[in-house]
Design a protein around this ligand. Sequence first.
Ligand SMILES: Nc1nc2c(ncn2[C@@H]2O[C@H](COP(=O)(O)OP(=O)(O)O)[C@@H](O)[C@H]2O)c(=O)[nH]1
Ligand SMILES: [Mg+2]
Length: 186
Amino acid sequence: MTCLCLGPKRSGKTHLLKALQDFKNVDFTTYSMPTIGTSIYTIKFPKKTPPPTKTTETKVIPKKKKDPKTCIDIIEIGGSMAPMWNKFFSNVKKIIYVVDTSNLCQISAAGVLLYSILAEPKLQKTKFLLVLTKMDYAYRQMRNEALLMMQMSKLQKEISQSLTIVEVSSITKDGFDKVYEWLEKS
Ligand SMILES: Nc1nc2c(ncn2[C@@H]2O[C@H](COP(=O)(O)OP(=O)(O)O)[C@@H](O)[C@H]2O)c(=O)[nH]1
Ligand SMILES: [Mg+2]
């Protein structure tokens, strides 16, 4: 079972995944290269603080089992490969679909592209996360405007998949808690 990250060119997929992976390591000063082909990112879930233990005695710590739920592998498929995305659609558990809310020209086209993915017979059981990104820009489209441009209310009536919508900024990390939460729940 795989998790994919899709979306138009320069919508912010790479930056989102890198920031989710390790926020401190993201270099926001350089111009990012469009992802050619695919790249894979292992994203660790943020550690939850364990409940305080009542006893102070030292306990034997059991050997750590490899818990598959501490991280998730996400494959980014470059936006320029959109015509070939369907080659990656077998056994996909989750899809993160990234839309740039600051790019007025791209939003409705992003909606059309999302619609074509949702219509894929192989993806009828896949869970979708629609990420409205670059929310830090002053001139972005607001959530409702962006959703209207993508004709989301019409689309949501027609689809069988579960679709969660989050607003995110990879710069300020706003909305990241919701993304981690969605990734973590199976
Ligand atoms: N202000 C802002 N810029 C972003 C954000 N996410 C990505 N970018 C910028 O958008 C451009 C394209 O991002 P990138 O992740 O390479 O897009 P990709 O082609 O979808 O992988 C880069 O110059 C990023 O710095 C964000 O949340 N806020
Ligand atoms: Mg990229």
